[in-house]
Design a protein around this ligand. Structure first.
Ligand code: ZN
Length: 312
């Protein structure tokens, strides 16, 4: 297998911290962002532009975007629930915005208080705003199909609905769509088939990223299945922090450290220095002493003689 560049997108500051009640101080989050970028992580979702009364843990998102945008080579991503959030994200200088669109309408109503029709019309308004935004300030626009593999509130979700929403999001003006296993229902077979079905509808270039959880221990198996299908961007969370406060029982993103170890061990180029990445955990452990941090490779350490790809 030749070297293939893989983009690891850290989502712990958003997906991780939104599910934890304690509030991490802004300067600690900045230390986390700085250290992880220095370890070679090239994309970090630093927060979500939701009202502070909904998620006080993420109230400093604009400040974090402005800070992270000063780090050379780092793509600064943020979640945006609506047009207002997009305006705030552009003002702060975000490079990438992700609008969640939950395939389960029950989850969508609970999470975003919106029906599918309302989200698609919001996506259209966002697309219009982005087209009117000068290119140098225009963020990359991703529509994320959350609960794409099933939902704790609705159970199975029909594939046809995932495909239809992907098409609608692309028509609304998204640059790409992503698949998100919000509730940890995916398995390697469903990952493979859903990627194929969505790509058949919107094209390979419109689906390059996936967001997987490790709720039932299938996180890395699912990453491997997506990798085999040609997916190149993988969301993960340092220490496996995270889950979804609106999907009861769903906890734990794919662990960044273990995923990076797997990719690097397979000879894939992530540009990440594993020793430096493992060290970033200390910042989290000190800031959130009561939170369990997951991951095996950090416990076992790197195999003897292991050489990870170092940032150039
Ligand atoms: Zn998630």
């Amino acid at each position: 297998m030749g070297e293939r560049a893989i983009l690891v997108s850290e989502v712990g500051l958003r997906d991780g911290l939104q599910s934890i009640h304690s509030i991490v101080p802004t300067h600690v989050k900045m230390e986390w962002i700085r250290a992880e970028a220095a370890a070679g992580v090239r994309e970090i979702e630093v927060g979500s532009f939701v009202p502070a009364k909904v998620l006080p843990q993420l109230a400093d998102t604009a400040e974090l975007v402005r800070f992270a945008a000063t780090i050379p080579g780092l793509t600064v991503a943020a979640l945006v629930p609506n047009l207002r959030g997009v305006q705030a994200a552009i003002a702060a200088g975000a490079h990438k915005i992700t609008l969640p669109c939950s395939v389960s309408e029950t989850h969508s109503l609970r999470n975003l208080r919106r029906t599918h029709a309302q989200i698609i019309s919001e996506a259209c308004a966002i697309g219009e705003l982005l087209r009117a935004t000068p290119e140098e300030r225009r963020p990359h626009f991703e529509g994320s199909l959350s609960t794409a593999f099933g939902c704790t509130l609705e159970g199975a979700v029909p594939v046809g609905r995932v495909v239809r929403l992907a098409e609608q999001l692309m028509r609304a003006g998204c640059d790409e769509v992503g698949l998100a296993d919000t509730s940890g229902y995916a398995n390697p077979a469903s990952v493979r088939s859903l990627i194929r079905d969505v790509r058949a509808a919107v094209g390979n270039d419109a689906l390059t990223g996936i967001h997987l959880h490790n709720t039932r221990g299938l996180g890395l198996a699912n990453v491997l299945a997506a990798l085999d299908e040609g997916i190149t961007t993988f969301d993960s969370s340092l220490g496996g922090l995270g889950g979804c406060p609106f999907a009861p029982g769903a906890s734990g993103n794919v662990v960044t450290e273990d995923m990076c170890f797997m990719l690097s061990a397979m000879g894939l180029d992530t540009g990440i220095d594993l020793e430096a990445l493992f060290d970033v955990r200390k910042i989290l452990a000190a800031a959130l002493p009561a939170e369990p941090l997951y991951g095996f490779s950090t416990l076992a350490g790197l195999p003897l003689g292991f050489r990870s790809h170092r940032p150039a």
